[in-house]
Design a protein around this ligand. Sequence first.
Ligand code: DMJ
Length: 639
Amino acid sequence: MVVLRKLPGMPGWPAALGLRLPQKFLFLLFLSGLLTLCFGALFLLPDSSRFKRLFLPRRATASASSSSSASSSSASSSSTRDTDLPRSPPAAAEPRHASPAAPRRLREKLRTAARMAGPPARTAPGARQQVQGGEGRPEPATGATPARETRAPFRFDYERFRRSLRHPVRGGRTGEDPETRARRMKIKEMMKFAWDNYKQYALGKNELRPLTKNGHIGNMFGGLRGATVIDALDTLYIMELEEEFQEAKKWVEKSFDLNVNGEASLFEVNIRYIGGLLATYYLTGEEVFKSKALELGEKLLPAFNTPTGIPRGVINLGSGMSWSWGWASAGSSILAEFGTLHLEFLHLSELSGNPVFAEKVMNIRRVLNRVEKPQGLYPNFLSPVTGNWVQHHVSIGGLGDSFYEYLIKSWLMSDKKDLEAKKMYDDALEAIEKHLVKKSAGGLTYIAEWRGGILDHKMGHLACFSGGMIALGAEDAGEERRQRHMDLAAEITNTCHESYARSDTKLGPEAFRFDAGSEAMATRLSERYYILRPEVVESYMYLWRLTHDPKYRQWGWEVVKALEKHCRVEAGFSGIRDVYTTTPTHDNMQQSFFLAETLKYLYLLFCEDDVLSLDDWVFNTEAHPLPVNHTNFKAAVQQ
Ligand code: DMJ
């Protein structure tokens, strides 16, 4: 009333009504009685907790509701009236207030009501879920779509996944010949040497500089550190270098910082860091690797905020700003970059229960399926704004390579259910066979590059992964194509071996040509270097596993000897600047992929087939093993 009287320009109501003092008193008495009645009614209504919250502080609300449920409980236990049933009984579990003393009919009613209420609400399909870190801790959400509702906690069923594997991860067979074992042990020693030197001189930096005995950081990983640690983890584990694995794990636990601010390559962070962390989680079940992978995955999501959803190549991991590489024509995104996310992103969704990662890569596929392909080929540059090709350069080497690899591996990783990926791969390979596969005058099969219809008779070292890829896809290529694809895979691998065999160091150049009388040799000074790349031994490994032709082990052993002779230095392994001289200059860089890929593929070449069996695993493009989805394990939602 005081308030009413003080309102400017508004006389008090009793005065306005022209009442005398006793009448005013009676009026006020009536009004306050009315207000008391209304206020009291709020507390008497059956579901008044919402109103109560308006008037009572939070803690008082909680105790008010618990005392109200306590009184409801005592009412229930002494009464069988329907009105005593709670409106929304807790689902699944028997309501607390149905004490053993409660009459049977009441308990049955409570159970029926609980059944009717059904399980706790699930997330609508496609809605964003909050990413759960290790032990159910929510991770900070930094992605594109805002988290709105509270969700049922998600826990990936690791034990179930392990039971689904058809072979022990590190193999179980024995009985190999002593030479094979000795060779494998030699490769293990090389890995230990590479790791020990990295640890001694560069732990926490991205790579080791083995000549100057210090670390290199570079600018590919946006301020992230320890690329060699993450890339090495699963190789150390597979090789049973237990102590070294623990050293690497300790670094991840104590020093791996994801709160960084810098320009990162979306592709490199994905294949090395996310791939390495995911693989190590699947191999070991250690939560730290999963939670780091999920946290990092969230940081990559803003790169997809483009008109088409095709991500840009560079992202600032701190601000989430993204842009295209300066060198990529007309602000385009690169086929091998945005096309090499699929495997890891599906696993990020599997492990988090958050569909957003899978949605991002499925959208990339939609855009690619929509755009017209010149002669059925996929050019390397696509505009993230229009979704159209920007230039007609096609290559199965750099800029294109792992896009094709991820098509066939998506099919394999889905346990051969992803028919769309298989079709895209088959169609792409058919176009490649038709337009790019050539035979040199000397009878070597190679895959040329294509520039708007004109062939460049060159193969990059990177393109040598394709022998393994084509062999991997051949088994499911259909009757008519199976043998042809196996032959093609073997011929390309042979050509890549020739590029090694024709050099003085027995290591292959960065690119080799089939023109101007040249066959499988670099013709330009700028293409004569070797940076410890894995692609040739990668193909040896697949061809060995799929054919058991001993020449692949023989060729792999030639590489081991050449690495020891020309790349091993006092403090690690180094790339060389010219493969055509036996006194090469070292480039002072031990690449992280040497530990992730080159040494892993060499080791597996001398293992039994059940070590990281191809029945159970696909290797991402950085050789990090990701499991085949035998069990559709995404169904494992825990309440
Ligand atoms: C690796 O990082 C990956 O294999 C990638 O797909 C291409 N190149 C390097 C190794 O050469």
